[in-house]
Design a protein around this ligand. Structure first.
Ligand code: AQP
Length: 377
C-alpha cells in the first residue's frame, strides 16, 4: 500500500509529468504582468503551530493556487536557521524530515513549487558571506527578533533582562542569511508573518546596498515585497504579550498542526482571556480574547468583529468550545495527510533531492553574477 503510494507520488516527479517548467512557462506566457518570484522558509524547529500556519504557510498555499503560469514559487525548510538556537541533533534530524511532510500535507505541490532543504544548497551561505561584508553591525543591533528569542529561551521577563554574553554570532546575524535566502532567487514576493517584517526591510536595504556598491547597467537584485495574510501575528495562548512560538517553553501556549481533538480543546479552554464577561474584539485592551477571536475567525472565514457580536452575551466557555471545534475542523485535513506522509522517507527524500536541484539551478545563476560583480570571477 505504502509502496504503491510511493510509486504514485514518484510518478508525479517524472519529467514528462511535470506540469510546470518555470522557464518554459515564463517564455510561453503572453501575460504582461511582471513575473513574480515567491520565496519563503520555515525552520525545522518542531511541528508548525497555528501561528506559522495562519501567518505564513496558508499564504504559501494560496500563492501557489493563485500563481500565474510564469510565476516561480520556492519554499524551503531552513535548517541553517535552526542552528541559531541550541538543538538536539537527533530531534533536528527528525524535525527536518517532518517539516517536509508538513509542507506537502498542507497542499504544496512539488510539480508546481520548488520545495527543498536550504542546507542542500550552499549558495545561501555563500551569498550570506558576501552580504555580511556590506551589512553594518548597527543595523543588526536594531533587529528585535534575536532579543525576543533570547528572552524566550532564557525565560526572562523582557528585553532589558537579555544577557548579551549569551548571544552567538549566528543568532545575531541570521537576518543576513535570510536576505541571502531570498535574494539568491531574486525573489520579488516574500510571504512571512509580521514578526519577520523587520528582517524583510533589512533584506531590501542589503539588496539596495549591493546594487549601489556593485553598480552596473541594471541592478542585480529586486527589492522584495511582503505578502501578509490578514492574520499577521497569532499570540501565545498563555501570554498574550508574546507571539505563538514553536520554541516557547510552555507547550500549552501553542496549537500544533498535529494536536489531537482533545489536546486542542484543552489548550483553547486554558487560553488567556480576562475578567470582563462581555465579548468584544479589542486587540489593544483585550489581547487574549482578541487572539482567540482571530484564531476562530481565521478557521471559519469570518471576521473577529462578527464573531464578537455573535458571542456577546455567551459565556467564555461556550466561545472556547466552539472555537476549539472550528480549529479542529480546520486542521483535520492537513493532520490526516501528515499522518500518511510522515513515514514515507523515500518519497520525502526524493522530493527534497529534486527540489534542491531546481533551487541550485536558479541560485547558481545569481551567484555567477554576484562573483563577477564583486571581482571574484
Ligand atoms: N505567532 C505567529 N503568528 C504569525 N506568523 C508567525 N510565524 C511564526 N510565528 C508566527 C511565521 O511563520 C513562518 C515560519 O517561522 P519560522 O519557523 O521561521 O520561525 P519563527 O518565525 O522564529 O517562528 P517560531 O514558530 O516562533 O519558531 P521558533 O520558535 O523555532 O523560532 C515565518 O514566516 C514567521 O513569520
Amino acid at each position: 500500500m505504502l509502496a504503491s503510494c510511493f510509486r504514485r507520488r514518484l510518478d508525479l516527479l517524472t519529467p514528462g509529468r511535470r506540469l510546470v517548467s518555470t522557464a518554459a512557462n515564463a517564455s510561453a506566457s503572453t501575460s504582461t504582468r511582471r513575473k513574480r518570484v515567491v520565496f519563503s522558509g520555515i525552520q525545522p524547529t518542531g511541528i508548525p503551530h497555528l501561528g506559522n500556519y495562519l501567518g505564513a504557510l496558508s499564504n504559501w498555499k494560496r500563492l501557489q493556487d493563485e500563481a500565474a503560469p510564469e510565476d516561480v514559487l520556492i519554499f524551503s525548510v531552513v535548517g541553517w536557521h535552526a542552528l541559531t538556537m541550541p538543538q538536539n541533533p537527533a530531534e533536528l534530524r527528525q524535525a527536518r524530515a517532518s517539516m517536509m511532510a508538513v509542507l506537502l500535507a498542507m497542499g504544496l505541490d512539488p510539480r508546481r513549487s520548488v520545495i527543498f532543504h536550504q542546507d542542500h544548497n550552499p549558495d545561501h551561505t555563500e551569498l550570506a558571506w558576501v552580504f555580511n561584508c556590506i551589512t553594518p553591525i548597527g543595523k543588526l543591533r536594531r533587529m528585535t527578533t534575536w532579543k525576543s528569542k533570547l528572552v524566550t529561551a532564557r525565560n526572562a521577563n523582557d528585553e532589558t533582562e537579555v544577557d548579551e554574553s549569551l548571544l552567538h554570532v549566528g543568532l545575531f546575524d541570521y537576518p543576513v542569511l535570510q536576505a541571502a535566502d531570498i535574494l539568491a532567487y531574486k525573489a520579488t514576493h516574500v510571504p512571512v508573518g509580521e514578526d519577520q517584517q523587520q528582517h524583510l526591510e533589512l533584506c531590501r536595504d542589503i539588496a539596495d546596498s549591493f546594487n549601489r556598491t556593485f553598480k552596473e547597467r541594471s541592478p542585480l537584485f529586486p527589492l522584495p515585497q511582503h505578502v501578509f495574510t490578514p492574520q499577521k501575528r497569532i499570540l501565545s495562548l498563555r501570554d498574550s504579550s508574546a507571539k505563538m512560538s514553536k520554541s516557547a517553553p510552555d507547550p500549552k501556549s501553542r496549537i500544533l498542526l498535529t494536536d489531537t481533538t482533545s489536546e486542542i480543546s484543552k489548550k483553547i479552554a486554558g487560553a488567556q482571556t480576562d475578567s470582563d464577561p462581555s465579548v468584544t474584539y479589542d486587540p489593544v485592551s483585550r489581547p487574549g480574547l482578541a487572539n482567540l477571536l482571530t484564531i476562530f475567525a481565521a478557521c471559519t472565514e469570518t471576521s473577529p468583529e462578527d464573531l464578537a457580536r455573535k458571542y456577546d452575551g455567551s459565556s467564555f466557555a461556550k466561545l472556547k468550545k466552539d472555537a476549539a471545534e472550528a480549529v479542529n475542523a480546520f486542521l483535520s485535513g492537513p493532520r490526516a495527510e501528515f499522518a500518511k506522509l510522515k513515514d514515507e522517507t523515500g518519497y520525502l527524500d526524493e522530493i527534497a533531492r529534486t527540489g534542491a536541484e531546481k533551487a541550485r539551478d536558479i541560485s547558481g545563476k545569481t551567484m555567477s553574477e554576484v562573483r563577477r560583480r564583486v571581482g571574484l570571477a
